[in-house]
Ligand binder design. Structure first.
Ligand code: C2E
Ligand code: MG
Ligand code: MG
Length: 349
């Protein structure tokens, strides 16, 4: 696809270093390309392995150059990284972690916490977001940011995502059966799940298995996963909508969705990303962005929720700006199902 191997053979001439040659390759790649009258520029990340110190055959050299390239990408793209012993350890660690994650599901080490969402007009908890955690036997509690990327890379996100969906539906139905006022449960969807051919059927199966009505389940999508293939995404979203499914756009404002496509998405609400909420109300730029997102959402007849609300001042600002709903530590951190049940018993906060 977009990976290339460069073999720098022969002895390097006097005074010249391998790095110099690679920099020359990089400069050549960075030359702007003209397509349809517009100029485009590409960058590249390079991983370097040398014979014989980093590997004694082609397979070893390629694997190590690959590990170095991934490191280069992490550093911030458009970078070059030479293979090191530390990288060898990391590659090994990653393999171990992958095996552990594979077993985590079977050993019931994964569980969900729930973070309440409040309607600012009446103080009611009307929904919760399900957030996955991994109780690792040695490392303790592992946050999703530390294993979801690995799950996506290895395809384990398939079974893990299915489990999350089923567990969230089961729990929500259980709250309803126990007599609590019905609420919506929001589940985060990863790009890879969303692109699976039978994704809509899997959602339908989770609903029918649990007996939860579709309107009590919401799926959180991100702009980037939709923008990868807008046509396909809109089609999938319409199929979900026909199930009676609610859809939201998570981390809104951090992706690249065009306003033209936003109006085609059958979504019910936008979640203003935490990064725009954090410095409210003092940061003038963030205040302007928050107001703009709220008014954009309302013009498109969408509801809008602010994520990561931690202070009274943020709430005051958001309420005044017309924001419909809030979620964040001010209200509650993500908590276990049992603790959440106690909060749901309170009629209005
Ligand atoms: P997200 O969907 O944007 O979730 C909100 C994150 O913000 C959660 O972090 C939550 O704990 C945190 N948060 C909420 N309120 C506050 C606040 O007031 N202050 C601060 N500082 N943080 C707050 P968490 O649980 O670590 O999740 C991180 C991300 O991992 C999520 O971001 C979501 O993208 C992903 N994720 C979580 N669970 C799942 C899952 O089941 N499946 C998939 N695919 N992704 C998940
Ligand atoms: Mg979310
Ligand atoms: Mg978010």
């Amino acid at each position: 696809g977009d990976e290339f191997v460069v073999l720098v053979g022969g002895a390097v001439r006097g005074g010249e270093k391998v790095e110099d040659r690679l920099q020359a390759v990089r400069r050549a790649v960075a030359e702007p390309v003209e397509i349809g009258g517009r100029s485009f520029q590409v960058t590249c990340s390079m991983g370097v392995a040398a014979y014989p110190e980093h590997g004694r055959n082609a397979t070893e050299l390629m694997a190590r150059a690959d590990a170095a390239m991934y490191r280069a990408k992490e550093i911030g793209r458009d970078a070059m990284q030479v293979f090191t012993a530390e990288l060898a350890n990391r590659a090994h660690e990653k393999l171990v972690q992958q095996e552990e994650l594979r077993r985590a599901l079977a050993r019931s080490e994964l569980f969900l916490q729930y973070q309440p969402q409040m309607d600012l007009s009446n103080g009611r908890i009307f929904a919760v977001e399900a957030l996955i955690r991994w109780r690792h036997p040695e490392r303790g509690l592992v946050a999703p940011g530390d294993f979801i990327p690995l799950a996506e890379e290895t395809g384990l996100i398939g079974p893990i995502g299915d489990w999350t969906l089923r567990e969230a539906c089961r729990q929500n139905k259980a709250w309803q059966v126990s007599g609590l006022p019905p609420i919506v449960v929001s589940v985060n969807v990863s790009a890879r799940q969303f692109q699976e051919k039978d994704w809509v059927e899997r959602v339908a199966a989770a609903l029918s298995e649990s007996g939860l009505e579709a309107r009590y389940l919401e799926l959180e999508l991100t702009e980037s996963m939709i923008m990868e293939d807008v046509q396909q995404a809109v089609e999938t979203m319409h199929r979900l909508e026909r199930l009676g499914q609610r859809l939201a756009i998570d981390d809104f404002g951090t992706g690249y969705s065009s306003l033209a496509s936003l109006k085609r998405f059958p979504v019910g609400r936008l979640k203003i990303d935490r990064s725009f909420v954090r410095d409210l109300p003092d940061d003038g730029d963030d205040a302007a962005i928050a107001r703009a997102v709220i008014s954009l959402a309302h013009s498109l007849h969408l509801r809008v929720i602010a994520e990561g609300v931690e202070t009274r001042e943020q709430i005051d600002f958001l309420r005044e700006a017309g924001c419909d709903e809030i979620q964040g530590f001010y209200l509650s951190r993500p908590i276990d199902a049992r603790a959440l049940q106690a909060i749901l018993c309170i009629p209005a906060l």
